[in-house]
Write a protein that binds this ligand. Structure first.
Ligand code: PLP
Length: 388
């Protein structure tokens, strides 16, 4: 066909070829182990001369199908899937650092990543310096001698974006491995490997699952980094994904591009309306004032806003009808979470306190309900909670 348009990359990557028996979805291999037809094939597998599946802690075929799709979506060589985002993050970090290593990490990382670095890693003599992601001079000064630069862009709570091209170059020049938590944007809106970042991690519990029914994590990188994790870290920490969860994530991938478009549209509309609301003093949404170096191709549905002193935050939360109060994000249902909840959290290494998150801040995950209904809900709850 002379003028045929090429099939969109995202269609190719989320579409399935025919499987066994003509099935349109990948089969769920609900099996802990895989047997061998004869002696020689078993010996060959143990010699590393074949890649026949062996045991689901290491290589389940359903999980492998998911990993291949995600590696392609992120533009990486390979992917490993884990039982949670934190399993992906801890495996990836531990694959880079040695005892005595120094990590440089951006401010406002996910709270459990912060605790992992400050608590767990510190026990093994791994120290972390936290740096403002916008401060190029501070980054350049911190990197020499470090093993790992840990990024999360946009970051938790304040949604601040980092200049990935610039930081990847700075780190490479200093011989530092770069790792980014890309959960917020999903591979649809940001592909950090394109800009020279070495390792991408996702909490697939968020947009990739998309339905708040799975806890899972992903690491995407070069064959070298992935083989290092698969040989030296993940078999022993053991937190691999199950076949059933992998199947749910592949279901999520099929609608990921569509869902992300809708999250983007709704959240941008709500962010603009909130910015113009008299009781809102600030809106943290990366799409409102994007820097010219931004590597985001679009914006997801998670952002935060600060309310004035006239707004009673407990009353605001209780007055919401459609928004549920809850942690996590990226699913169908819209969620609200006041920063006070994490500022007052009883836990050591409290990132919200240490990074100075404002107690006036409220985070919302804009779901897939009608945008007008969501605005009506926010607007009425703000009115109900405002006292002059
Ligand atoms: C939720 C989250 C994580 C942790 O993922 P789990 O799947 O809950 O383990 C990591 N990073 C970010 C940015 C998150 O929001």
């Amino acid at each position: 066909m002379p003028n045929a348009k090429p099939i969109a990359q995202q269609t190719l990557l989320t579409h399935d070829q025919r499987h066994e028996q003509g099935a349109v979805t990948p089969p769920i291999y609900q099996s802990s182990l895989f047997t061998f037809s004869d002696y020689d094939s078993m010996i060959a597998r143990f010699r590393g001369e074949s890649d026949q599946p062996l045991y689901s802690r290491v290589d389940n075929p359903t999980v492998k199908a998911l990993q291949d799709k995600v590696a392609a979506l992120e533009g990486g060589d390979a992917c490993l899937a884990f039982a949670s985002g934190m399993a992906a993050i801890s495996n990836a970090i531990l694959s880079v650092v040695q005892p005595g290593a120094k990590v440089v990490c951006v401010n406002h990382v996910y709270p459990d990543t912060y605790r992992f670095l400050r608590g767990f890693c510190q026990r093994f003599g791994i120290t972390t310096q936290f740096v403002d992601g916008d401060d190029e001079a501070a980054m350049a000064a911190a990197l020499p001698g470090a093993s790992l630069l840990y990024l999360e862009s946009p970051s938790s709570w304040v949604m601040s974006e980092q200049n990935l091209r610039q930081l990847a170059t700075l780190a490479r020049d200093a011989g530092v491995v770069t790792l980014i938590d890309n959960s917020w944007a999903s591979p649809i809106f940001q592909q950090p490997l394109l800009y020279g970042i070495d390792i991408v991690v996702h909490s697939a519990s968020k947009y990739i699952s998309g339905h708040s029914d799975v806890v899972a994590g992903l690491v995407i990188a070069s064959h070298q980094h992935i083989n290092n994790i698969a040989r030296h870290i993940s078999p022993f920490l053991g937190g691999k994904l199950s076949a059933n969860e992998a199947s749910l994530l592949m279901r999520g991938l099929r609608t990921l591009p569509l869902r992300m478009k809708q999250h983007q549209q709704s959240a941008l509309q709500l962010a603009e309306k909130l910015r113009d609301h008299p009781q809102v003093s600030a809106v943290c949404h990366p799409g409102l004032n994007p820097p010219e170096w931004s590597t985001l191709r679009g914006y997801s549905g998670l952002f935060s806003f600060a309310v004035t002193e006239q707004v009673d935050i407990p009353q605001f939360c209780n007055a919401l009808q459609l928004f549920h109060m809850g942690v996590s994000w990226g699913g169908f249902e819209s969620l609200v979470m006041p920063a006070i909840s994490v500022i007052n959290q009883a836990s050591e290494f409290n990132s919200a306190q240490d990074f100075g998150v404002s107690p006036r801040l409220i985070r919302i995950s804009v779901g897939l309900e009608e945008t007008d209904d969501l605005w009506t809900d926010l607007n009425q709850a703000l009115a109900a909670a405002t006292h002059r």
